[in-house]
Design a protein around this ligand. Structure first.
Ligand SMILES: Cc1ncc(C[n+]2csc(CCOP(=O)(O)OP(=O)(O)O)c2C)c(N)n1
Ligand SMILES: [Mg+2]
Length: 417
């Protein structure tokens, strides 16, 4: 067991990768046919991924590393990935509770998608940029956005960086190269591709990762973004979280394509499908894609197959449109349970560590909620500040009218999807 100091619950960059002792593996005969597809690492520089059929996996359902696929990650990296997933899940659970209690207005849960977000973000360097969609707030927190700041944003209080002028879950974190998300589906794809092209033109040694959902592959911006990325060899990674639903529309009604990865391939982008509930596979595939982009070989499209286990958002009731049995089936494929089984097999984890981690995270989240709720609302003047170099006279007049309403304003508390 390594004596290396473990990262705290709110740690930033993943530790460096180094060779590890032999992992728990299982005989080849027990592997599923669909898993005998390209090995992690196949996408090393000079050997771009082209696979769009079955899923790339490293861990089987029992948490064993499949024969010949051990990515040899350092113990610190493995524990970092696990702790981050547990933290994301707890944060998610608590924020949804706050929404139900009326303490925040809206929340987009990620339950079931922790491996896809944590694994892909951890595979990037801190100098790289992230253009998120709705379910990648964890990426900002992994890069150092304090939990209290995330909750300030969810509340839209006076300490919120955007002073409540954005919907909840639309975090910004400039210091962490984390771009503010746009609600308009797919727009971040062309932003990510363009930012990567700009970096290339400037000679900056950075890669941009743009997240999108399965539904976003039907949006116009996906097509223009993917085309530009391929033609101009934009140093980006397009990471599609195929959580199988776009609000109430299942993937089967979203696209008639054989897979989503094949859409990337159609644009000339090397594309790969990965088991999005397998954190090691996500990490390794993303790392290879980032290295390709950094070495000037252009974009990669990653389809991470996962599942949105809760509603689209706190405004949604998924029991109205999907079968509970499907949800139960994906509960059994839980990414955290699977990775915990792996760590237990390797004797890197035990019940005492689990209890200590959960206590540490619970305290961190509780403290952050208390600190965020201690802040008052944004000042009324912030309605018109930070937007114009010179505030137009009509807005100044309107602000005066708003200020005169003091004590008579009504908030109906309604939030859109
Ligand atoms: C252009 C546009 N159309 C519709 C919407 C409403 N809308 C918000 S989220 C969403 C579904 C997104 O699904 P997906 O891309 O699969 O991401 P997920 O929510 O599953 O993470 C839709 C249709 C929107 N925000 N923008
Ligand atoms: Mg989706």
């Amino acid at each position: 067991m390594s004596k290396t100091k473990k990262p705290a619950a709110t740690t930033k960059a993943p530790p460096k990768v180094k060779a590890r002792a032999k992992a728990a593996t299982k005989p080849r005969g027990k592997q599923l046919a669909e898993n005998s597809l390209p090995r992690p690492g196949f996408a090393a520089v000079g050997n771009p991924p082209s696979h769009t059929g079955g899923l790339v996996r490293v861990l089987d359902d029992e948490g064993c590393i499949e024969q010949g696929k051990d990515p040899n990650l350092a113990e610190d990296t493995l524990l970092f990935l696990y702790e981050q997933m547990v933290q994301v899940r707890e944060f998610d659970r608590r924020m949804l509770m706050l929404q139900r209690q009326g303490r925040i207005g809206f929340y987009g849960p990620i339950l079931g998608q922790e491996a896809a977000t944590v694994g892909s973000t951890a595979a990037m360097e801190m100098r790289d940029w992230i253009f998120p969609a709705l379910r990648e707030g964890a990426a900002a927190m992994m890069r150092g956005l304090p939990l209290v700041e995330a909750i300030n944003q969810l509340i839209g209080n006076g300490n919120d960086r955007c002073k409540g002028r954005q919907m909840p879950c639309h975090y910004t974190y400039k210091e962490g190269n984390y771009y503010g998300m746009s609600s308009v589906i797919g727009t971040q794809i062309s932003h990510a591709v363009g930012a990567a092209m700009a970096a290339k033109i400037r000679g900056d040694d950075v890669v941009v990762l743009g997240y999108l959902g399965d539904g976003a592959t039907s949006a116009n911006d996906f097509h223009s973004g993917a085309n530009f990325a391929a033609v101009f060899r934009s140093p980006c990674v397009l990471f599609c979280q195929n959580n199988q639903w776009a609000i109430s529309v299942p993937c089967s009604k979203q696209s008639a394509s054989e897979t989503l990865a094949i859409k990337g391939k159609a644009y000339g982008i090397p594309s790969v499908r990965v088991d999005g509930n397998d954190i090691l596979a996500v990490y390794v595939v993303t790392k290879a894609a980032v290295e390709r982009a950094r070495s000037g070989m252009g974009p990669t499209f990653i389809e991470a197959v996962t599942y949105r286990r809760l509603g689209h958002s706190s405004s949604d009731d998924p029991t109205k449109y999907r079968d509970e049995a499907e949800v139960k089936e994906w509960e059994r494929k839980d990414p955290i349970d699977r990775f915990r089984r792996h760590l237990l097999r390797r004797e890197l984890w035990d019940d005492a560590k689990e209890t200590a981690l959960k206590e540490r995270i619970a305290k961190a989240v509780n403290d952050a909620i208390a600190a965020a709720e201690a802040s008052g609302p944004p000042a009324d003047e912030t309605l018109i500040t930070d937007v114009f170099a010179k505030v137009p006279e009509n807005l100044k007049t309107q602000l005066t009218e708003v200020l005169a309403l003091e004590g008579r304003r009504v908030n109906d508390g309604a939030f859109p999807l």
